[in-house]
Design a binder for this molecule. Structure first.
Ligand code: ZN
Length: 329
């Protein structure tokens, strides 16, 4: 099952809590509600219901019932209407069933797919259950936009972040090419800076195409019909949101890279490097820096992050920043 392979840390956390009998009453699973978050939730439920000693076995009756969303003690709720709303009545129904004894005498689970589709009324009904959860019940809220949930809901749930997995296909597209760019730092001059900035821009363009493809597939798997114009809006919004995630990841790597250089310039212990595998390359680059210039490079990258937040075009940001990073020793 790929979920467990993809998100080992999150998965191990849940598995340990489960073994120790210390599960929370509610979890927000952040990822694609039709993709990795859904897979994670199904695996999670199998841990609770699987009949085998090696959980989850994926073969026993309960595991199969969970796969088909037909297990009697698991209650699935997802937006049905065209408006993609989870209605208050539906949440009320779920909450009511959660308070009843389970058929099999074990756990009772409620799963909200695309939990961000709850309106305030729906969310408030759910909140009451979160405040006083019935014993042996568990709620799983699947969402790709946790920021759309009420803060009062968020604060009562444990968060499981899977967002990286969402971009898995895209991740392989940019990570190594970015490292190749970093290994060529600092740029030799303006022309070199422009060349490297152009490469980074084209990497992100590829990422965007890749993400759009994944998002389109997710929306295509969605059985409810969105009309054409709305589909385009949702596609664009989700693609851009994920592209932004990748961009901040890119900046984080650039920042860590330059912090490693500063570390080496200051002759700090190399065991603290974020990129120990790149030590020899980093040492080579550190030779071309003073403490002041290494510090300045970090500030330039931090400046890039701020400018992206102000919606300045990426190409312009990269170009200007990389020019500032040209070595002038
Ligand atoms: Zn099983």
């Amino acid at each position: 099952m790929d979920t467990t392979d993809l998100h080992t840390e999150a998965w191990e956390g849940i598995r340990n809590s489960c073994d120790a009998g210390r599960l929370a009453h509610a979890y927000i699973i952040v990822g694609s509600p039709r993709g990795n978050a859904l897979q994670f939730a199904e695996s999670f439920l199998k841990l609770l219901y699987c009949e085998s000693s090696e959980k989850p076995c994926n073969h026993c009756t309960n595991c199969r019932l969970i796969d088909s969303h037909k297990h009697v003690d698991t209650l699935w709720l997802e937006p049905q209407s065209k408006a993609r709303k989870i209605k208050a009545d539906e949440v009320r129904g779920l909450v009511h069933r959660m308070t009843q004894t389970s058929f099999e005498g074990g756990w009772k689970a409620g799963i909200l797919v695309s939990a961000e589709c709850m309106n305030v009324n729906s969310a408030n009904i759910l909140l009451k259950t979160l405040e006083e959860p019935p014993p042996k019940t568990i709620l799983l809220l699947l969402t790709d936009s946790p920021q759309s949930l009420l803060p009062t809901i968020i604060s009562r749930c444990q968060k499981i972040m899977l967002s990286k997995g969402t971009n898995d296909a895209a991740d392989t597209v940019w990570q190594e090419p970015l490292m190749e760019i970093m290994r060529e730092f600092p740029p030799d001059g303006g022309l070199d800076a422009a060349r490297l900035a152009g490469r980074l821009k084209s990497i992100l363009d590829t990422v965007k195409t890749e993400i759009a493809y994944v998002v389109e597939e997710e929306l295509g798997n969605n059985d409810e019909a969105l009309d054409e114009s709305k589909l385009k809006d949702v596609l664009d919004a989700r693609t851009n949101a994920r592209l932004k995630e990748v961009q901040s990841e890119v900046f984080r790597i650039m920042l860590d890279w330059h912090r490693d250089i500063l570390l080496l310039v200051c002759r700090a212990d190399a065991e603290h490097l974020v990129f120990p595998d790149e030590q020899s390359v980093l040492e080579g680059q550190a030779l071309r820096h003073t403490q002041a210039s290494a510090l300045q490079a970090i500030q330039v990258v931090e400046g890039m992050v701020r400018r992206v937040d102000r919606n300045i075009p990426a190409a312009q940001i990269f170009d200007e920043a990389f020019r500032k990073l040209v070595k002038r020793l």
